[in-house]
Design a protein around this ligand. Structure first.
Ligand code: 2AL
Length: 170
């Protein structure tokens, strides 16, 4: 879908495009209601603003959609395909890195009680691993804003991609 189509689409279709980017109903409603947007930049600025801050419940709800780093999402949904694209730089061929990521994910979940989340697009496996190891040293209070920022970055990137790609209309 392109911006002009998104601006003119029925609310139901706008919501459908937004949901795989970030499954927070309030976020989806705020953006849908703020249409039309004069530019993609204006839309992305609204999208970022509506995701800042999140309530703790919104954060946990949105996080539950993300597969672990190193675990490729399966299926044909828009969400799964975006997640696979984002993780495509995380090389699965080096067994040491794969094992270190799995161990880091495990340690992170044990410490923070939720999945380790990072904007994976544009990051290599080693960059992800370095960030994971650094963040393992955080307190929960230090980690909270980092997670929220990663969710925002993923959402804004997904939205930008969803609106710059022509897709065959159903
Ligand atoms: C992901 C994902 O699926 N895409 C991304 O950017 N990050 N998952 C994660 N656990 O960080």
């Amino acid at each position: 879908m392109l911006l002009e189509q998104f601006n003119a689409a029925p609310a139901r279709e706008a919501r459908e495009l937004l949901k795989p980017c970030l499954d927070v109903p309030r976020w989806i409603e705020e953006i849908t209601a703020a249409r039309p947007f004069a530019s993609l930049d204006a839309l992305l600025a609204t999208a970022r603003g509506a995701a800042d801050p999140f309530t703790p419940a919104e954060l946990e709800g949105a996080l539950s959609h993300h597969p672990r780093i190193g675990e490729k999402a399966s299926g044909k949904s828009a969400e799964a395909s975006m997640s696979r694209n984002e993780q495509s730089g995380v090389d699965q061929r080096d067994p040491e890195t794969v094992a270190a990521l799995a161990e880091g994910n495990r340690a992170y979940e044990e410490k923070f009680g939720r999945v380790f989340l990072i904007r994976a697009a544009g990051r290599s496996a080693n960059e992800v691993l370095t960030a994971l190891q650094e963040r393992l040293g955080h307190t929960p209070e230090q980690e909270e804003p980092v997670v929220a920022e990663q969710l925002r970055e993923i959402a804004v990137l997904r939205l930008e991609q969803s609106l710059t790609r022509e897709e065959p209309s159903a």
